[in-house]
Write a protein that binds this ligand. Structure first.
Ligand code: SF4
Length: 201
């Protein structure tokens, strides 16, 4: 699999404390995408499914969230990954996609097989003009589908944003995870960092 990033403890992309996996490469180009660095199919790290499974099974708490990039562009690899994980741990799977649920139901055999393993699906491309503070998603066209009975409670909970998770890494660099409340968050952050750098120069 070609992976952009992983995080062993994410509280803002699906219910509970989840292992987050971002795949590299996406066929869509949504203006204002929050992960522009992960859209090219040429970057990322090539990781063996066995190694990823070991890390996820060892460190995931409540489930696995897969985002990107476009998870359904690596559907066969993710099917192998999730099937192998579930041989030892029955983890829930939350998945983000730029495709609609209807398109995936007409997708390739591997895409349909992956869809059959997903418990919660956030579907549809990000549309900047429809940005809104929603639970685990960013624009009003994106839907949260509860596809199994594992997370039925989600249906009755408020559709409020989960917020951002901000951490300082060992190198002192700040890292954030989650779905920003406002459009242009990444650009605003970069502009603020430039301002601080030029002030300190
Ligand atoms: S589908 Fe998602 S990852 Fe791909 S361009 Fe759109 S927002 Fe970005």
């Amino acid at each position: 699999m070609v992976v952009a990033a992983t995080h062993r403890s994410c509280h803002v992309l699906g219910p509970g404390n989840r292992y987050a996996l971002w795949v590299q490469g996406c066929p869509f180009r949504c203006p204002g995408c929050v992960s522009p660095q992960w859209l090219a199919f040429t970057g990322g790290k090539r990781l063996a499914v066995d190694d990823l499974v070991l890390d996820i099974v060892s460190f995931a708490v409540d489930g696995l969230t897969v985002s990107g990039g476009e998870p359904f562009a690596q559907a066969a690899g993710l099917v192998a990954l999730v099937r192998q994980i579930r041989q030892s741990r029955d983890l829930s799977l939350c998945c983000y996609t730029g495709y609609t649920l209807e398109a995936l139901r007409r997708g390739s055999p591997a895409q349909r097989e992956l869809l059959g393993l997903v418990d919660l699906l956030v579907d549809g491309p990000y549309v900047r003009s429809r940005h809104a503070p929603l639970r685990w998603r960013a624009s009003t066209n994106q839907r949260l589908h509860v596809l199994t009975d594992r997370h039925l409670d989600v249906l009755t909970e408020p559709d409020d944003p989960a917020g951002l998770q901000i951490e300082i890494g060992p190198d002192g660099e700040a890292q954030w995870l989650g779905v920003p409340h406002t459009p242009g968050f990444r650009e605003a952050l970069a502009a603020a960092a430039d301002l601080v750098e030029s002030r300190d120069a």
